[in-house]
Design a protein around this ligand. Sequence first.
Ligand SMILES: *[C@@H]1O[C@H](CO)[C@@H](O)[C@H](O)[C@H]1NC(C)=O
Ligand SMILES: *[C@@H]1O[C@H](CO)[C@@H](O)[C@H](O)[C@H]1NC(C)=O
Ligand SMILES: *[C@@H]1O[C@H](CO)[C@@H](O)[C@H](O)[C@H]1NC(C)=O
Ligand SMILES: *[C@@H]1O[C@H](CO)[C@@H](O)[C@H](O)[C@H]1NC(C)=O
Ligand SMILES: *[C@@H]1O[C@H](CO)[C@@H](O)[C@H](O)[C@H]1NC(C)=O
Ligand SMILES: *[C@@H]1O[C@H](CO)[C@@H](O)[C@H](O)[C@H]1NC(C)=O
Ligand SMILES: *[C@@H]1O[C@H](CO)[C@@H](O)[C@H](O)[C@H]1NC(C)=O
Ligand SMILES: *[C@@H]1O[C@H](CO)[C@@H](O)[C@H](O)[C@H]1NC(C)=O
Ligand SMILES: *[C@@H]1O[C@H](CO)[C@@H](O)[C@H](O)[C@H]1NC(C)=O
Ligand SMILES: *[C@@H]1O[C@H](CO)[C@@H](O)[C@H](O)[C@H]1NC(C)=O
Length: 382
Amino acid sequence: MTFRYANVLSILVVVLASTHFLSSNLQYVKHFLEEFNVTRRLDGHHHHRHNHHDKKSSKVDICDDFPYYSLPPDTNTTTTLCVDRNGCCNYTTVQSAIDAVVTLNAKRSLIWINKGMYYEKVIIPKTKPNITFQGQGYTSTAIVWNDTANSSHGTFYSASVQVFSTNFVAKNISFMNVAPIPKPGDIGAQAVAIRVGGDEASFWGCGFFGAQDTLHDDRGRHYFKECYIQGSIDFIFGNAKSLYEDCELISMAPPLAVGQKSINGVVTAHGRASADEDSGFAFVRCSIGGTGRIWLGRAWRPFSKVVFAYTYMSDIIAPEGWNDFNDPSRDQSIFYGEYMCMGGGANSSTRVPYAQKLNDTQASLFLNASFINADQWLQSQL
Ligand SMILES: *[C@@H]1O[C@H](CO)[C@@H](O)[C@H](O)[C@H]1NC(C)=O
Ligand SMILES: *[C@@H]1O[C@H](CO)[C@@H](O)[C@H](O)[C@H]1NC(C)=O
Ligand SMILES: *[C@@H]1O[C@H](CO)[C@@H](O)[C@H](O)[C@H]1NC(C)=O
Ligand SMILES: *[C@@H]1O[C@H](CO)[C@@H](O)[C@H](O)[C@H]1NC(C)=O
Ligand SMILES: *[C@@H]1O[C@H](CO)[C@@H](O)[C@H](O)[C@H]1NC(C)=O
Ligand SMILES: *[C@@H]1O[C@H](CO)[C@@H](O)[C@H](O)[C@H]1NC(C)=O
Ligand SMILES: *[C@@H]1O[C@H](CO)[C@@H](O)[C@H](O)[C@H]1NC(C)=O
Ligand SMILES: *[C@@H]1O[C@H](CO)[C@@H](O)[C@H](O)[C@H]1NC(C)=O
Ligand SMILES: *[C@@H]1O[C@H](CO)[C@@H](O)[C@H](O)[C@H]1NC(C)=O
Ligand SMILES: *[C@@H]1O[C@H](CO)[C@@H](O)[C@H](O)[C@H]1NC(C)=O
């Protein structure tokens, strides 16, 4: 999706030393790395690896503090596969662990991923259901790549991680796309961090980092709990039916001068195309912050459906709140609702006319995990 209001971005160039690559200019990723000191740890590793005399002892050093004790043992319902980029356990890449999972396995495969940045493009094919990614915290374990729509035959294929199987679970891990932030007028610079294209997926304590089109919440029923989601334009988009609870939604659109009325970001672009489609995004007890002047959503397709409930909205939300993709014929079919929200951006008095202030009965459909039929699947993932 392109966005004609995109504004000038102040770009911070960050050079991250790593054996694989990475010259990134995502300022929030820089923040992430500095705060949690992942880069320096990788630097240290890089240095050691080139010191051949010291190779054995440095390997011992690296693995010395490996938390073998925290690896969950295999059971009759789960198999654990361990990933560590320093080679302290069986797999050094996430993809190689996925490749080792038995096809159409009824058992859950728990892919335990040690701290670190994993620079790889990851695909979970349809034939590998029941996979769990267990990271060590969304600020210390991340899967990172930098494809764009241009570099990958379109936005949908730009994702650093693509999930096509059912019953996927991710805990305490981040998904990042560190491609250059699109400049105004750029074409083909969309860069997805993850595409969630399988039914029955859940994310617990995860991070999603990107700019335009960060989280492709593509199709199926999904649950997001206590996640951190960062982006600029349409940063949560797709046609899934998803519940987001207690999530932090952070706009990284550039700050605008006081009084400037242009829009330079959008939280959601939900893609419901017809009245028959059972899809929608519900946000409950979330918060929206960050920078720029943004909309809560715009109608990527005519039956776009999004609800925000009990959500704190900072004043970066423009008073009109929503946009019909500049197509007034969509105003009758759009479902955009707000319920019991608060903060400077939640004032509903000057919202677009098709935005609804939901009553208790209307809102109740969106407020808990029944929205995504959790009793049929989410319980079993706990
Ligand atoms: C970052 O990691 C290095 C190497 O492990 C350590 O010496 C340094 O104190 C760490 N810095 C912070 C701010 O944690
Ligand atoms: C799995 O193991 C538990 C005990 O650890 C046992 O009670 C259960 O019957 C086993 N299930 C199967 C399917 O073998
Ligand atoms: C590595 O793989 C072997 C053989 O499958 C297995 O016995 C062992 O537990 C694995 N170790 C780790 C740390 O995953
Ligand atoms: C594995 O996946 C199948 C099909 O998605 C599902 O029926 C089954 O319950 C799953 N098993 C586990 C252990 O999650
Ligand atoms: C991704 O990063 C690599 C290494 O820095 C670079 O060569 C490549 O051009 C980047 N790709 C995109 C689409 O920016
Ligand atoms: C995530 O990590 C935190 C801090 O280490 C821990 O308290 C929490 O239980 C973990 N959650 C999951 C779902 O793994
Ligand atoms: C994407 O590709 C098109 C066509 O080749 C080109 O005009 C455009 O500049 C590219 N966009 C970026 C961000 O490189
Ligand atoms: C909401 O906005 C209107 C119009 O700008 C203003 O008059 C009203 O005081 C605001 N209400 C709150 C609670 O801030
Ligand atoms: C809530 O709104 C719906 C749709 O406008 C309406 O049919 C219903 O009567 C309202 N319920 C209450 C309790 O106000
Ligand atoms: C969710 O809310 C609906 C409507 O209020 C209620 O009927 C249902 O029991 C609730 N489900 C759960 C799992 O709490």
